[in-house]
Design a protein around this ligand. Structure first.
Ligand code: MG
Length: 383
């Protein structure tokens, strides 16, 4: 029987690539649910192609448009953010793939865990803001979260079969983004168009900017802390421009494991869907001879201050990663809208980290409150 997949955030970069994986593996997977927030047109065309049982449009303003367009198909249409969470209750879903960007993924993720679904997680922000809470609820419900992000997928695969073997440290690799090696003067005047040109990965706008500022790697470090139950002092970041080595695990005996592949998100996406099995794919395979040289260097946290701020937030803990994430969201949007420069992004984040009150063991309401407060403060600082 085919595995029935709910794709939350199907119109985003990851969501679209999940569908292209399902195109290849259509004999094994079927699409049960598609959801998107705003992109009604793409959601409608995806629904007509994949014929899911249910479609959810997060922004209720688009409800009638989606309903009318799918009127002649046997597809139920729901609207609203709550509907995206509630849909994970469906008994006909085998796997929930969460490709939603931002903190909006938190409630659907918690709901999918409580409904004991197999979860493939591509969202970063939920684990960044509420990692401790999510880990606790996942353990209580005996739910395993399979990471989709290439670095975490690599670490997850390196740890397969290692059980309780002691890990010394985890090293996350970062491509360095489009501004690797640029000087401060260049960075000050960098434009959104330049920042969006990622050398190796095909990604959405928010992740592309985060990759240019190295915040993406900072968020990934916080995610790793919770996904792999490892201390902040055991996580390091190294720049590797070719994006072929996808992170490393250092074991206590001196052995180091890593995972190599051609940089194509469809590879970790397929693995998350098929775990613990590996299926034949048609994706590009790695040719080390044509890759020729693999380089590694230390990240420059004086130039890319977001990375240092993320590690500081990780070390402080509590609601600090939530403050970091919310301030970064607002600052990245302001940069994309040309209201602030590239090097002002860390200024805004640092100020918010100083100004918003710290909460030691935040519960869900504290997290949403911190998020709101920080967004407000960051917007004020930008005006
Ligand atoms: Mg990544």
């Amino acid at each position: 029987m085919k595995k029935r997949v709910a794709i939350l955030g199907s119109t985003g970069s990851v969501g679209s690539q999940v569908l292209s994986v399902i195109d290849v593996q259509h004999e094994l997977f079927s699409v049960e649910v598609l959801s998107a927030y705003n992109n009604a047109d793409l959601l409608i065309s995806q629904a007509i192609k994949y014929l899911p049982n249910v479609v959810v449009i997060g922004n209720a303003d688009h409800y009638s448009k989606v309903r009318d367009a799918l009127n002649s198909y046997d597809i139920k249409v729901y609207a609203g953010l709550d509907a995206i969470s509630q849909i994970t209750e469906m008994g006909t879903i085998d796997i929930v793939l969460i490709g939603i960007v931002g903190i909006e993924a938190l409630n659907p993720l918690l709901s999918a865990i409580r409904n004991k679904k197999k979860i493939a997680l591509a969202n970063k922000e939920s684990l960044v803001v509420a990692g401790e809470l999510i880990s606790k609820i996942a353990i209580e419900n005996n739910v395993q979260i399979i990471p989709v992000d290439s670095e975490h997928s690599a670490i997850f695969q390196c740890l397969m079969g290692e059980f309780d073997n002691p890990v010394d440290k985890i090293v996350l690799t970062a491509s360095g983004g489009p501004f690797l090696g640029k000087d401060n003067n260049y960075l000050k005047n960098a434009t959104p168009e330049e920042a969006l040109k990622h050398p190796n990965w095909k990604m959405g706008k928010k992740v592309s900017i985060d990759s240019a500022t190295l915040m993406n790697k900072g968020l990934e470090a916080i995610e790793a802390r919770w996904l792999f139950n490892i201390q902040h002092s055991q996580i390091e970041v190294i720049i590797h421009p070719q994006s072929i080595v996808h992170s490393l695990v250092y074991f206590a005996d001196g052995s180091v494991k890593t995972l190599l592949s051609f940089p194509d998100m469809r590879i970790p996406i397929q693995f998350a869907l098929t775990f613990p099995h590996r299926l034949k794919s048609t994706f590009p395979t790695l040719d080390l001879l044509s890759a020729n040289t693999l380089n590694f260097e230390r990240p420059d946290v004086k130039k890319f201050r977001n990375l240092a701020l993320a590690f500081k937030a990780l070390e402080i803990g509590g609601n600090m990663p939530c403050i970091l994430n919310a301030a970064n969201d607002i600052a990245v949007q302001a940069f994309l809208n040309k209201k602030i420069g590239f090097q002002q992004i860390p200024d805004i984040i640092e100020k918010c980290m100083d100004l918003i009150p710290l909460t030691g063991n935040p519960v869900l309401t504290d997290i949403f409150e911190t998020d709101k407060l920080t967004r407000h403060k960051a917007s004020e600082l930008i005006k």
